[in-house]
Design a protein around this ligand. Structure first.
Ligand SMILES: C[S@@+](CC[C@H](N)C(=O)[O-])C[C@H]1O[C@@H](n2cnc3c(N)ncnc32)[C@H](O)[C@@H]1O
Length: 220
């Protein structure tokens, strides 16, 4: 690791510990360098939860973000999280962290093995949605599956979940500065022109897309 990388890593850990402390998460965090959501992305999510108070939160890719989302929901007394996770070891780690903080009633980590979908003639490996309750989603956080699975690995989130998005639903996409994620956002916006796109400045890039408040399902 170069000195600059080491400095950036140290700053990231300090920011995550600070976020954890602010939320009373003092018994360890399921943090993994390169894999956990970045602290500035997590801070934006916390801000969104506090402002919008979403009732139903669905996440693609569990871990530190699941714990943070669950903790804010528990503190604020509003919101339930369903996190789709394809890797059993990651699901177990996230469940352990949730249990340690007494948050298992607020967040469910769903075992969601990847299965093959065909969308517009292209094949994608994406989460099996069999365990996801059919409740309208107010907040969708897209931080999985890993981009290494193939081109546009996170693209299916919108086409496969859009019929379940509540009016005014907000979608947060992490790592949005990567070429793949840029292409995904461009495709989502082309396919759903009513989505309102914001790109708050974060270290790894973030895209926030908002569905229209009324008739979202029809408009999308
Ligand atoms: C970007 S990570 C999701 C991170 C999660 N949202 C968080 O904040 O911790 C996307 C997926 O990568 C996988 N993953 C997490 N840590 C990993 C590791 N150390 N090695 C390989 N895959 C990992 C998990 O399946 C996870 O759902």
């Amino acid at each position: 690791m170069s000195p600059a990388e080491a400095q950036a890593h140290k700053a990231e850990i300090e920011a995550i510990l600070g976020l954890g402390e602010a939320l009373g998460l003092n018994q360890g965090l399921p943090y993994t360098r390169h894999w956990s959501a970045a602290p500035d992305f997590l801070a934006l999510l916390v801000e969104h939860l506090r402002r919008e108070r979403p009732a139903v939160i669905v996440e693609c890719g569990s871990g530190l973000s699941t714990l943070i989302l669950a903790r804010v929901c528990a503190i604020d007394g509003r919101g339930l999280v369903w996190s789709l996770e394809h890797a059993p070891n990651c699901a177990a780690q996230t469940r352990d962290a949730l249990a340690r903080y007494g948050l298992a009633r607020v967040a469910n980590v769903l075992d969601a093995p990847l299965r093959r979908y065909r969308l517009d003639g292209e094949a994608y490996d994406w989460y099996d949605l069999i365990g996801l309750p059919s409740r309208a989603i107010d907040l969708l956080v897209v931080d999985g599956p890993p981009g290494s699975l193939g081109p546009l690995a996170r693209y299916p989130a919108l086409p496969l979940l859009r019929a379940r998005l509540a009016p005014g639903c907000t979608i947060f996409l992490d790592d949005a500065d990567r070429p793949d994620e840029r292409a995904i956002v461009a495709r989502w916006c082309a396919e759903c022109p009513d989505l309102m796109l914001n790109r708050p400045a974060t270290e790894r890039g973030c895209a926030v897309l908002r569905c229209p408040s009324q008739g979202a399902s029809e408009a999308l």
